[in-house]
Design a protein around this ligand. Structure first.
Ligand code: MLT
Length: 387
């Protein structure tokens, strides 16, 4: 007899599959209280690892020796450069929409030219190439000119920053903060929307590039990955309203006012977590250490205390604590990247890793290598007006 994991009642229907166990995730786990683990490592413990080491951990399941990580970095470097045609085609796509739309189209474009219809090979190649794709999309969308020629030997994020033509920024500063952002966003369990969508699309045997394009389309939604953009815009809006009058009292009054007017307060709560997101805790500490005088950093520190205090008064809110988006955009902005429209691309650059590795598991390893069946949940019929 197999164990009952979850009793489904009518109250569980139409709740976004919240909390339903649907399978196994081998790369990472999100515990409501302890937060995110990559394999068995709490994310806070490895936040300052080099991205190549953290990617190697997710990709292979082990923290490699120095030599193993070097070999893995070399492997990524050998696959890193996109066929020039990929970048030429990206630069011919329309660029007036949101950059995430361009990113999705760029992934399909790359798949048409570089795809091998082999989940394992495409997983490695895509992880290696995604910095060049992301840099091409941002440079083209922002009107920052053509990317500089890729130099994979610089390192994964070092090369991304080298290719990206961010105006007036210190490359060292960007590298430091982008590395941390990258490691913190590589994976988040199996059930976050983009990962679930990517794996569901792959379950119909769509290839890796198409599945990741679908996943990135899911990530682009403001309730998911684009929340980091909305959060910084929210913090900037509050700063604009309060000007030189930022204090715990004025921020609290403004938050109460917004809630009373049914306006959203961004950066708090999470579907799974019931504590402050440990990724946010790491970023708050960095912000406090590196940018203590930045006005947006000061404001996010006040919001960190005032937000939970006010939101916890509403008994319907099960998690009033800050999530990663509450602070990630402020740190990016303080480091010299004040471009909220591109924050979700940075998220996608990182998350492609976790999703691609999970897809390989579901397609090539699970069920003794047979792979999981096509995703096909059941809906109950109910008559209702449709419009
Ligand atoms: C994520 O990193 O994917 C977000 O925190 C959303 C989630 O886990 O559902």
């Amino acid at each position: 007899m197999s164990k009952v994991l979850f009793e489904i009642t009518e109250d569980n229907l139409d709740t976004g599959l919240r909390g339903y166990p649907v399978g196994y995730c081998t790369t990472s786990n999100v515990d409501p209280i302890k937060g995110l683990f990559y394999r068995n490592y709490p994310v806070a413990d490895i936040a300052y690892w080099e991205p190549e080491r953290a990617i190697h951990l997710l990709y292979t399941g082990n923290d490699g020796s120095k030599g193993e990580i070097e070999d893995f970095s070399n492997l990524l470097q050998r696959h890193a450069i996109c066929a020039p045609r990929v970048i030429d085609h990206i630069r011919k796509l329309p660029n007036e929409g949101h950059p995430m739309q361009l990113f999705c189209a760029a992934l399909f474009t790359c798949g048409m030219i570089e795809g091998q219809n082999d989940y394992r090979a495409d997983c490695l190649a895509l992880i290696a190439k995604i910095p060049e794709i992301a840099a091409a999309v941002i440079n083209y969308h922002a009107g920052w000119g053509e990317s500089k020629p890729s130099k994979p030997e610089l390192g994964y994020i070092e090369n991304f920053v080298h290719m990206l033509n961010v105006p007036n920024a210190s490359p060292e500063e960007l590298i430091e903060v982008f590395k941390l952002f990258n490691v913190l966003h590589l994976d988040h369990g199996g059930g976050n929307l983009s990962t679930f969508v990517g794996k569901a699309v792959a379950s119909g045997l769509q290839d890796m590039y198409g599945s990741i394009a679908a996943a990135m389309s899911a990530l682009a939604g403001p309730r998911h990955g684009r929340a980091n953009q909305d959060c910084l815009e929210f913090v900037e809006e509050i700063q604009g309203e309060l000007q030189n009058d930022v204090s715990p009292e004025t921020v609290e009054a403004l938050i109460r006012d917004r809630l009373a007017n049914n306006q959203l307060v961004f950066g708090f709560g999470h579907a799974v977590l019931r504590v402050e997101d440990p990724r946010a805790t790491v970023l708050y500490a960095l912000a406090e250490k590196k940018y203590p005088d930045n006005p947006l950093v000061k404001l996010t520190q006040i919001l960190r205390t005032i937000g939970p205090k006010v939101l916890a008064e509403n008994p319907k809110i099960s998690n009033p604590y800050p999530n990663v988006d509450a602070i990630s955009g402020t740190v990016l902005s303080a480091a010299g990247f004040p471009y909220p429209e591109y924050f979700t691309i940075l998220f996608g650059l990182a998350r492609t890793v976790g999703i691609a590795v999970q897809i390989v598991h579901e397609r090539c390893i699970a069920r003794e290598g047979k792979g999981l069946p096509i995703v096909r949940p059941k809906y109950l019929y109910k008559s209702s007006p449709t419009t």
